[in-house]
Ligand binder design. Sequence first.
Ligand SMILES: [Zn+2]
Ligand SMILES: [Zn+2]
Length: 228
Amino acid sequence: MRFAKVPKRPTDYVTSDDLLHDLLLVLKDVVAFESNLINASNGSGHYAGNGNGNGNGRYNGNGNGNGHHIPESEFAQLTLVIQKITDLYGRLNKRNLDVDQALVEASSQIGLDLKQLLHDCLRFPAVLPYARNLKGLRRLFLCYCGEQEISDRHGLGLCPECLESALECVQEKKKNNKFVLYSSHSPQVRCRHADFSTMLVTFYKPGQWPPAWCEICLKQEKNRLANK
Ligand SMILES: [Zn+2]
Ligand SMILES: [Zn+2]
C-alpha cells in the first residue's frame, strides 16, 4: 500500500493551510487503509469485530472490548499513519485553527465523514477508525441495500431487515421491490446448496450481480446470528 507523501514541514515556516492540507491527505490514507486490511486478511474481512480466531495467528492482542483482529504488520502501519494525524492535529490546535469547516467540505466531496474519522483516529487504539458515510454508517459494514449495517462480516452480508425480507420472498415465492427470484442452470450463480431447480433470491440491482441465496442459506444465517 502506498501512502500519500506528506512533506516534513518545519514547525515555524509552515502555513496553516499546508498543515490542513496534510491532515486531509493523511485522513484519506486511513480511508484507503480499510481495503488494505481486508486484503491482508485474505479476503475474510477480519478488520475488527467478532473475529472467529481462525486466522493465521498473527493477530495482535489489542483487544480492548472492540476486539481488534488485525495482523501485526498492518496494525503497526495504521499506528504510524494515525501518529501523523495526531501530530498534525496538535499543531493545528496550537494555532487555534478550526478544522471543522474544511473537514465538512472535504467530506461532502468524497461522501465520507472525515470529521468523525478524525475524532475516531484521535481515540485510537481504543477505537478503530472506520470510514463512515454521511449517514454515519461504516462503509465496510454496509448491507447490499446500502441503508443499514450488517452485524458482522462473517455471514451473508445482509442487514436483519434484508435477511427477513429475502427469506420471506423465497418462502412465499414472491418477489418484492428489493429482491428478485430465479433458478439457474449455471452453477456459478448458484449457492452451494442449489441445483438447477432451486429457488434463489437476490437483490434487484440492474447492471450488478450480487450473490444469490437459497432458503437454507438464509435460515442458516438467521440461526448463526441468533446464536452469536
Ligand atoms: Zn439491508
Ligand atoms: Zn443455499
